[in-house]
Design a protein around this ligand. Structure first.
Ligand SMILES: [Zn+2]
Length: 173
């Protein structure tokens, strides 16, 4: 993570976040901090953050940038061996599901960017948004498994297609 930087898609979403006067929620499955580094604020990390630790002894969560061994010591309660990365592993419930669900049910536009559409619950988001009346757009390198649920499919790199879409959204403002 120390060797990568936000790309044009992260930058465009941060620009949309900073400029869009209405409701907006960026929901990412990524555990890196590239959206934050690009400047995004209205952001949900549904699979947690790699730069955070979670202590199973005291339930504390805290920034953690160093390597994390099995005997890692919790900075909050000093317990050893109870700290894990604050990320969602397979079989665990993603974070902030209610907030995401509320956004899906109320949004006018749902955009899926760079996902296979193969892993639930995220794979079902387009269905919820569409049934609740949203226009749905997919941006991906190839049509996803759920591409029939999208009103529009834009095939291409996120670094190209996301800035283009954000430009279209912000042009009337
Ligand atoms: Zn602790």
């Amino acid at each position: 993570m120390g060797e990568v930087v936000p790309n044009a898609a992260h930058e465009a979403l941060a620009r949309l976040d900073a400029t869009w006067p209405g409701e907006l929620l960026i929901v990412t499955q990524n555990v890196d901090d590239l959206h934050e580094r690009a400047g995004a604020k209205r952001l949900v990390h549904m699979h947690g953050k790699l730069l955070r630790g979670w202590c199973l002894a005291c339930d504390g969560r805290f920034g953690w940038a160093a390597p994390m061994g099995e005997e890692a010591v919790c900075p909050a309660c000093d317990a050893a061996g109870a700290v894990r990365p604050d990320i969602v592993w397979f079989g665990e419930m993603p974070y902030e599901m209610e907030r995401i669900e509320t956004a899906l049910r109320s949004c006018d536009l749902f955009v899926s960017i760079g996902t296979s559409g193969a892993v639930y619950p995220a794979a079902g988001y387009v269905q919820t948004a569409k049934y609740c009346g949203a226009r749905t757009v997919e941006i991906n390198l190839a049509p996803s498994l759920g591409s029939v649920m999208f009103d529009e499919v834009r095939i291409g790199r996120a670094g190209v297609e996301v800035p283009r879409l954000v430009g279209e959204l912000l042009a009337p403002l």
